[in-house]
Design a binder for this molecule. Structure first.
Ligand SMILES: [Zn+2]
Length: 196
């Protein structure tokens, strides 16, 4: 019997439990036009990848709590001191100093708008978002970067005001725990598991 691979960290070491890869039987590939001659085999491979967030872990932890954290360079010697980064950047790309973490939730709720967007009718493997996926680039007043995310309700327009919603029920601790809806969307129509 196998279980999903799980990892925890204790005393500075990974504690790994369960199976991280599964051997799944091959299946023959046969040619039905040529008396079912053998042509090959399928080669199923399933493995669990350990993806560590490092200094960005706090960002993902707080999405599940309905907060958006960003970072800011406060190095007085930096030419671009005061620059705010969302997506969360641990180090300032200009002075290479360590940024400070700031709570940007209120600004995201009040001053976010769509910079650009694209709708995707198809997606890649392992996609969990509903199609068509309305990818949006979100722009915030006073923030130097643009955040890639997705709109859960409505049709995107350039310049449209949007507000964040968070997967607070059964969070995945990935970036899809954060989504956006048009400003003024009521709580009752949000996707299941999301709160504003
Ligand atoms: Zn800097």
């Amino acid at each position: 019997m196998s279980i999903f691979g799980t990892v925890r960290v204790k005393k500075g070491k990974y504690r790994i439990h369960g199976d991280f890869h599964h051997v799944t039987p091959n299946v023959p590939i046969r040619n039905e036009d040529e008396a079912w001659r053998l042509m090959g085999v399928t080669n199923p491979r399933e493995m669990t990848y350990i993806h560590m967030y490092g200094g960005e872990a706090l960002f993902f932890e707080n999405l599940a709590k309905g907060s958006i954290y960003a970072t800011k360079c406060k190095n007085p010697d930096c030419e671009f001191k005061g620059t705010v980064y969302l997506p969360f950047r641990i180090h300032c790309p200009d002075c290479l100093g360590k940024n400070e973490i700031i709570d940007l939730t209120d600004l995201c709720k009040e001053r976010a708008k769509i910079y650009s967007f694209m709708a995707c009718e198809r997606s890649g493997a392992f996609n969990t978002l509903d199609k068509p996926i309305r990818f949006i680039n979100v722009e915030f007043d006073g923030v130097s970067t643009i955040l890639m995310s997705y709109l859960s309700i409505g049709e995107p327009r350039i310049g449209m005001r949007v507000t964040p919603i968070f997967r607070t029920v059964n969070p995945t601790y990935t970036i899809t725990d954060l989504s956006w809806v048009p400003e003024g969307t009521s709580e009752e129509v949000l996707p299941q598991g999301f709160t504003s």
